[in-house]
Design a protein around this ligand. Structure first.
Ligand code: HEC
Ligand code: HEC
Length: 359
């Protein structure tokens, strides 16, 4: 009898060990310390001036000019780039709705649903990402823009067809001529123009005002949430001015016994159907199928539900709980989740007017 009891106790001890290790209390950070910590994760404010914008997003490959941005804007909203002329970039990236479509999975050409049930990410601030798409396979908005035009479930047009359509339109011939020179309607230039417009789609909210020195831009709860975000490690992955988009990371990082074994009156054992803490709708496993995903941009996150690559989670509180448990290994309490969610709301903002529309 004894050895059995000892074995059981030893096993119980091992299982309970993680709960016995005391967790370090959080430091209280004042406003100055919060700003310093934020800067340490490259969490910088979005510029308010055109000079600041150009410093951040202008590239030698695709220099920004008012004419190019205006052309890109027109293309972004024009369904001419889809086979049946019904779908534009703006169909799935609605700027007034946080830059996405608020659906779990994107719906494109002839009502076709994304084959992997992928959720449309926001285009707002996407120009600041180092990795784009849920598996992080492209690196610039110019490169990205060619994808949806060709995808048979999005806009479904070949590059040749796209170019021919625009060449046969006099006003596009003129506009391209003005920006890229005569006879220069090419697929690369279509991508450049759209990319140029996307580079101006940056948003500012209370978070930016706080980083610039306005102590009252965030409420006490938001400051507590920001402390958790920085101190517990969210900012280690969701870093950079866009608060995301800089890394590709494994998700879920941690696994738990109780996700695989269920206990009730009678012990029941089952294999988990999903390795994600939500339904594996669409069966997408990120980069090379190994569950590596581009860390999403959290700017405007409160406006871009549902969440995660397949849009399986509706509530931001649940998304934060999942992150704390599976990415940090320390599940937030309900109060901590509330503070974090209120902090995340300070990342919502309006597109900044850099004055290009008036030129
Ligand atoms: C049918 C809906 C749909 C249309 C139309 C569409 N997109 Fe998307 N967009 C998506 C989805 C879904 C993804 C994620 C796809 C993936 O990861 O494979 C995405 C990803 C993106 C991203 C990357 C964002 C990030 O954080 O990874 C950008 C930028 C973007 N789209 C811009 C555009 C532009 C520009 C157009 C028009 C040329 C366009 N989209 C047309 C649904 C759409
Ligand atoms: C180890 C890196 C890592 C850490 C740490 C991390 N995240 Fe994430 N986060 C990710 C990845 C990767 C995804 C995308 C997973 C997916 O959709 O499959 C994600 C997704 C999210 C989403 C959903 C985004 C969307 O557009 O659907 C939210 C919200 C979020 N994280 C918030 C947080 C918060 C709050 C914390 C801290 C409690 C945190 N994250 C910690 C890597 C991380």
């Amino acid at each position: 009898m004894r050895p059995l009891l000892i074995t059981i106790l030893v096993f119980a001890g091992i299982l309970l060990l993680p709960y016995a290790v005391p967790t370090s209390p959080d430091r209280e950070l004042n406003a100055t310390q919060l700003r310093q910590e934020a800067a340490g994760h490259n969490l910088h404010p979005i510029p308010r001036t055109r000079e600041g914008l150009l410093h951040l997003v202008d590239t030698a490959d695709n220099p920004l000019t008012p004419e190019k941005i205006a052309l890109g804007k027109r293309l972004f909203f024009d369904p001419i780039l889809s086979r049946d002329r019904t779908v534009s970039c703006a169909s799935c990236h609605i700027l007034q709705e946080g830059g996405d479509d608020n659906r779990p999975a994107a719906v494109g050409y002839k009502g076709r649903v994304n084959p992997h049930h992928l959720n449309s990410p926001t285009v707002l601030n996407a120009a600041l990402e180092r990795y784009e798409f849920w598996d992080g396979r492209v690196h610039t908005v110019e490169e990205q823009a060619g994808g949806p035009i060709q995808a048979h479930f999005e806009m479904n047009l070949t590059p040749r067809e796209a170019v021919e359509r625009l060449r046969s339109d006099r006003s596009y011939r003129e506009a391209f001529g003005q920006v890229f020179g005569e006879n220069n309607i090419t697929f690369a230039n279509i991508r450049r123009a759209i990319g140029a417009y996307e580079r101006t789609l940056l948003t500012r909210g209370p978070f930016d005002a706080f980083l610039e020195g306005n102590d009252t831009a965030l409420s006490p709860a938001q400051k507590r949430g920001m402390t958790l975000f920085l101190e517990r490690g969210c900012a280690g992955c969701h870093a950079g001015t866009s608060v995301g988009g800089q890394f590709v990371k494994r998700f879920p990082l941690r696994r738990y016994w109780d996700d695989y074994l269920g206990f009730s009156l009678f012990p029941k054992f089952y294999w988990k159907r999903s390795e994600f803490p939500f339904d594996n709708v669409g069966d997408f496993h990120g980069r090379d199928g190994h569950d590596f995903f581009r860390v999403p941009v959290l700017r405007n996150i409160a406006r871009t539900a549902p969440y995660f690559h397949n849009g399986a989670v509706k509530d931001l509180h649940e998304a934060v709980r999942i992150m704390s448990k599976y990415q940090l290994g320390r599940e937030f309490t309900p109060a901590e989740i509330n503070d974090t969610v209120t902090f995340l709301k300070s990342l919502s903002g309006k597109p900044v007017d850099y004055g290009y529309e008036r030129e």
